[in-house]
Design a protein around this ligand. Structure first.
Ligand code: FE
Ligand code: FE
Ligand code: ZN
Length: 301
């Protein structure tokens, strides 16, 4: 088992070095969560207009409804724009209303079907990562909830071996799974195909979960490395927080406007273990102009 894990970590490091992110002359990959309601080419043009070179999108309405039909011409136009502007790996975010750890078989089934459909749909987007929330065990207990997530991943991971699937670090609200690094490690340890399973670190969530990224980044990353392995880290959700350390709340704030504070972000952006990753803003900006300012602020740090 240990031998297996070391082999997997090695593979991870290699695939990251040759991946989409990590190239581009040292320019950071920063971009916000954007809407695909006008298609991927329009999204790419929006990103370029605000000096973003990566982005995140919901694969469908967050409520988990029907996804729009794929438009091959739109995807081709997107690919040309993304390649021409040196975009880093984009992140597809699964609907956050899904609960892969639910106590209801029908809810878990719906999560599985949505994941499989989403993964099929993002195959036309080069380098795309797929991020999801592990879900809430809703009183069944952590062990039972973890088992549901593992069984879902055992169907999803082998179906799309080329697409990295990312567990998101969570604030640990209620019975939410993922508020401790050890819970994500438990999922990685138990799935049959861990070589394709990675992690997104959300700065608001880990802070709200009690990891002091704003005062002890090195310690938090050392803990992440010890428990999960930094080779598993593939994306950063870059958010400030409205609430104090360890509050388990999950309310995002604009960069510099919250309890992390502006000074927290330069060390995160320029950390050697993080700087080649996509930095995704999920901050409450009112419009694209707000994100343009936020990205300019971050690029100047
Ligand atoms: Fe999320
Ligand atoms: Fe997030
Ligand atoms: Zn959040």
């Amino acid at each position: 088992m240990v031998e297996n894990m070391q082999k997997n970590e090695g593979t991870t490091v290699n695939s990251q070095a040759s991946g989409v992110a990590g190239e581009g002359g040292g320019r950071l990959y920063i971009g916000p969560h954007l809407s695909i309601s006008d298609g991927f080419a329009a999204l790419a043009r929006d990103a370029i207009s605000i000096d973003a070179n990566t982005f995140q999108f919901f694969t469908r309405n967050p409520r988990g409804g029907q996804a729009r039909a794929l438009d091959e011409a739109d995807l081709a136009a997107y690919r040309e724009l993304a390649a021409g502007h040196g975009f880093g790996a984009p992140v597809a975010h699964a609907p956050y209303t899904l609960n892969p750890a639910s106590d209801k078989a029908s809810t878990r089934r719906f999560a599985l079907e949505t994941f499989l459909d989403d993964l099929a749909r993002i195959q036309g987007i080069p380098g795309c990562l797929y991020n999801f929330h592990p879900g809430s065990h809703v009183g069944q207990g952590l062990e039972v909830g973890l088992g549901h997530v593992v069984r879902l991943l055992d169907e999803v991971l082998p179906a799309f071996p080329e697409t990295p699937v990312l567990l998101e670090t969570m604030a640990g609200k209620g019975s939410e799974i993922g508020g401790e690094f050890g819970q994500l490690r438990a999922i990685i340890d138990r799935v049959k195909h861990p070589e394709n399973l990675f992690v997104t670190l959300d700065t608001c969530h880990v802070h709200d979960a009690g990891y002091p990224v704003e005062t002890a980044l090195e310690d938090v990353l050392a803990e992440f490395d010890r428990v999960i392995g930094l080779g598993r880290l593939r994306a950063i959700h870059l958010n400030d927080s409205k609430n104090p350390l360890g509050s388990h709340k999950d309310r995002h704030e604009v960069i510099g406007g919250g309890t992390l504070g502006l000074a927290a972000f330069a060390p995160i952006l320029h950390h050697p273990a993080l700087r080649s990753l996509p930095f995704i803003l999920e901050t409450p900006q009112p419009d694209l102009a707000g994100y343009a300012k936020e990205i300019a602020l971050l690029r100047g740090l």
